[in-house]
Design a protein around this ligand. Structure first.
Ligand code: NAD
Length: 359
């Protein structure tokens, strides 16, 4: 290994912390050099610096120019991904962007073109692909066990604390489809190896509106895919505080020769403690925190693996590998675009009440 991949993070909020844990973990393992975090919130930067030990900046452009990283990861609110990704690419830096790549197909195309022209890696965080149960679904599909996939159904539902407490200021700019369905749309597309053709969606605005948050409560998407495949997805972020997990989720796929169902929430581990006013399930596949024998914190899970994949791809390129060698081996800009096209069409359908053909 020549030099270690140098990495910076932009946006250190709720999910940005997952990026910090990942690169702290990888640096501890000697798999990257974790340089710095940029965020506009100075108080947050102070907290994150004391916990994760990287340098901090309030201006991400200044961070990129001073640190000269090989790659940056972007975990800012959805509507800011486009500008930040373009500015990073303009400075010759590989990028990893939280889902959705952008909230418009046009924005995704602009980012893809910029990365292609600059010969840079563009990866999207669709971490459902790293869940071992979903990897197994993909393997079985690739080996032909489903025969021809005919349809799929997925659900993903957050507890209400997500739009109410995490970020009420930008929940209205997002939606359960941008925040949740996009994961399942990508997962199904990836496993069934297909693309969206037309979308019809319905949604409800009741609960959050009554609490002063102007956002969709729930959205149901019906997607026609290529080769007569169909995909239904129901998403919401209004589950009661007493629900057993922060997210309820699962997927089922039916083909000419078989069926597979995965409950991605309830993995069979449940608890109830006096100091928590609900039953809880534990999805340790997504994230876990343990201690090494030397007492060092160790992070793991598919939420970490998906982000670590970017560092591994960067290292592969630094060690002389080419982008062509990586084709099809990570969620790229085109995957980001195809998922965005479906979710954007769903929002157009919500606005017009019509079936929307995808260009
Ligand atoms: N992969 C997943 O499962 C997953 C889960 C949650 C969130 N996300 C995605 O991650 C992204 C961030 O979500 P979140 O929940 O962490 O939101 P958040 O609001 O908690 O964090 C966003 C952070 O970005 C910072 N920020 C805003 N503008 C900035 C700028 N110009 N420069 C630098 N920092 C800036 C904010 O100060 C904040 O700390 C979103 O795109 C979201 O959809 C992905």
């Amino acid at each position: 290994m020549a030099t270690k991949a140098k990495i910076c993070v932009i946006g250190g909020g709720m999910f940005g912390e997952m990026h910090l844990r990942t690169f702290r973990q990888l640096e501890n393992e000697g798999r990257c050099e974790f340089q710095a975090l940029a965020d506009i919130n100075e108080e947050l930067l102070r907290q994150r610096r004391s916990e994760y030990g990287m340098r901090t900046y309030t201006d991400y452009v200044e961070m990129i120019e001073r640190e000269q990283p090989d790659g940056v990861t972007i975990a800012t609110p959805d509507h800011l991904h486009r500008q930040i990704a373009l500015e990073a690419i303009e400075r010759g830096v590989h990028v990893f962007v939280e889902k959705p790549l952008d909230v418009t197909a046009e924005g995704c195309r602009e980012i893809i073109e910029a990365a292609d022209e600059a010969g840079l890696l563009l990866e999207v965080d669709f971490h459902k692909r790293w869940d071992p149960y979903h990897l197994e679904m993909k393997r079985l599909a690739e080996e032909g066990h489903f025969g021809e996939v005919e349809y799929g159904y997925a659900w993903m539902e957050d507890r209400i604390e997500v739009p109410r407490d995490w970020w009420p200021d930008w929940a209205g700019e997002s939606s359960p489809a941008w925040f949740l369905a996009i994961h399942m749309v990508d997962l199904f597309r990836w496993i069934a190896d297909t693309r969206g053709v037309a979308v019809y969606a319905t949604g409800v605005k009741k609960k959050l509106a009554s609490m002063g948050v102007d956002a969709w409560d729930s959205i149901s998407l019906s997607v026609r895919m290529e080769n007569e495949v169909s995909f239904q997805c129901q998403v919401s972020w209004i589950l009661p505080d007493a629900f057993e997990a922060i997210v309820n989720q699962g997927i089922r796929i039916v083909g000419t020769e078989g069926i597979m169902e995965v409950d991605s929430q309830d993995r069979g581990a449940a608890s109830c403690f006096a100091d928590v006013d609900r039953m809880q399930t534990h999805n340790l596949g997504f994230f876990r925190e343990t201690k090494s024998k030397a007492g060092q914190t160790v992070y793991g899970g598919y939420g970490i693996d998906a982000i670590a994949d970017f560092a591994d791809n960067l290292q592969f390129l630094l060690d002389g590998g080419s982008l062509d060698d990586l084709t099809g081996k990570y969620p790229d800009g085109t995957d980001g675009l195809e998922a965005t096209k479906i979710v954007q069409a769903a929002h157009e359908s919500l606005a017009t009440g019509r079936l929307i053909e995808i260009a």
